[in-house]
Design a protein. Structure first.
Length: 96
């Protein structure tokens, strides 16, 4: 009886092991299908990639820095012109 019981449990264990392997294969297949579907949906929505977003973000930061630099330079020029009104006009006559 002990040998029959062991064989029975061995068969059950083998069946469960096979079922676990099949379940893992099904899980991988479903994951692949869901991922492919999600990528298709995102592609159809015309969503930008992470790389494109990061490049645009970097360009915006550089443009902001340049804008701030130019604004400071403009303020400096305006201050100089305010201190010497005739210097910035043609001919230097000081007449508006």
């Amino acid at each position: 009886m002990a040998q029959t019981t062991n064989r029975f449990f061995d068969e059950i264990a083998r069946l469960l092991n096979d079922a676990a392997g099949v379940a893992e294969g099904v899980r991988r297949e479903i994951q692949t299908l869901v991922q492919a579907q999600a990528e298709r949906i995102l592609r159809d929505m015309d969503v930008v990639t992470r790389e494109e977003f990061e490049a645009a973000k970097e360009m915006a930061a550089k443009a902001r820095e340049e804008n701030e630099r130019l604004a400071a330079r403009l303020a400096e020029v305006e201050k100089k012109l305010a201190n010497d009104p005739g210097k910035g006009r043609k001919g230097g006559s000081g007449v508006a």
